[in-house]
Write a protein that binds this ligand. Structure first.
Ligand code: COA
Length: 338
């Protein structure tokens, strides 16, 4: 892969942001019939953050995560060439990335949304890397942000316990080919299973307009629907295959990796995937006990925390995998460059 690129790409800095409002399992047991024990045993989640302020939106979370990353990189927002906002809960169906561009003052950046649910950040990193490695852009801000509390059925105990709101950001920058830090990727989609996890748009039976042969039906988005057991089986069976394929293409053995950073969906999924790959559990990066499943934000949120804790060292190999609605899943392998 390294020989076909014009320039290398590396993650320069990261940031993250979560809302102040913390909802723990005890609080949830006041809303639906559940318990702290059940949620911890089945998911590993203890608490999650919820954007409770009606005057705040995904853009507030995304911009504070971005500003943290920009400050760490000592970079002026006007130096960003492209913003990719991975989200499934935008402010505006026409796209929210432009609002983020305006809010952080990245006046020269092109900005667009990328929708791939919990795989969105991985797809965002891979997309950004293409623009950099082919020489088009030098500085790209990739943000994963979701406010799924807007789309949860708060009477459905099988989903409302899982999700939280957050944003995470990474600045990807060009570098000499020899220092390339984004080594390779492997991506997948299976649209035939999209019904297993979805926020469907449903049209009403009533027409909003009927004129001669013109019939217009309108509708609205529903809440999250999920077949938890099937999604669980999909994740533990398909994610290891993606990781192994990606590692094989790079001639890296599973035992050579330093960190396994999976989409933070369920502690049991993280361990099942690590077991299948014979990766020691002390290499798993996990913070979902504090935040739950934050969708596109979960990987950059956990990455930023691990970096802030100085866990990740120069030249460490990090295997990052996202998976979720679509169904989409994929892996990107990174060699960390300080
Ligand atoms: N509290 C208490 N009981 C609950 C509950 C809750 N929050 N949610 C479900 N239950 C009950 C069920 O009603 C069922 O009861 P029954 O045996 O009397 O019918 C029992 O617990 C087992 O339910 P089940 O759905 O089989 O549990 P599970 O072990 O599959 O765990 C999930 C459910 C959702 C935690 C699990 O399937 C999962 O994590 N799946 C992956 C979901 C995911 O990660 N989605 C996002 C991907 S990006």
């Amino acid at each position: 892969m390294i020989s076909s690129i014009l320039q290398g790409a590396k993650i320069l800095a990261t940031g993250s942001s979560v809302p102040d409002l913390c909802l723990n399992n005890e609080d949830l047991s006041q809303i639906v019939e559940t318990s702290d024990d059940w949620i911890i045993n089945r998911t590993g989640i203890k608490e999650r953050r919820i954007l409770g302020d009606r005057h705040k939106s995904i853009i507030d979370l995304a911009s504070s995560a971005s500003i943290e990353a920009l400050e760490k990189a000592s970079m002026n927002p006007a130096d960003i060439d492209l913003i990719i906002l991975a989200t499934s809960s935008p402010n505006d169906l026409f796209g929210s990335a432009s609002q983020l561009q305006a809010k952080i003052g990245a006046t020269k950046a092109v900005a667009f949304d990328l929708t791939a649910a919990c795989s969105g950040f991985v797809l965002g990193i891979v997309t950004a890397t293409q623009f950099i490695q082919n020489g088009s852009y030098n500085n790209i801000l990739v943000v994963g942000a979701d406010v799924l509390s807007n789309w949860i059925d708060w009477s459905d105990r099988s989903t409302c316990i899982l999700f939280g709101d957050a944003a995470g950001a990474a600045i990807i920058q060009s570098c000499p080919k020899e220092d390339n830090g984004i080594l390779g990727f492997q991506l997948n989609t299976d649209g035939s299973k999209s019904f297993q996890l979805s926020i469907p748009y449903e049209k009403n039976n009533e027409k909003v307009m009927q004129k001669q042969s013109l019939n217009i039906f309108q509708g609205q988005f529903k809440n999250i629907i999920m077949n938890g057991k099937e999604v669980y089986k999909f994740a533990v069976s398909q994610v290891p295959v993606s990781i192994l394929q990606c590692l094989k293409s790079l001639n890296i053995l599973p035992e050579d990796i330093h960190w396994l950073l999976l989409h933070q969906a369920n502690e049991r999924i993280l361990h099942a995937v690590a077991n299948r790959l014979s990766i020691n559990s002390n290499k798993i990066i996990s913070n979902l006990n504090k935040y739950g499943n934050t969708s596109a934000a979960s990987i950059p949120l956990a990455l930023n925390e691990a970096l802030n804790e100085k866990k990740i060292k120069h030249n460490d190999i990090i295997v990052i995998s996202g998976f979720g609605a679509g169904l989409t899943w994929g892996t990107v392998v990174i060699k960390w460059k300080c």
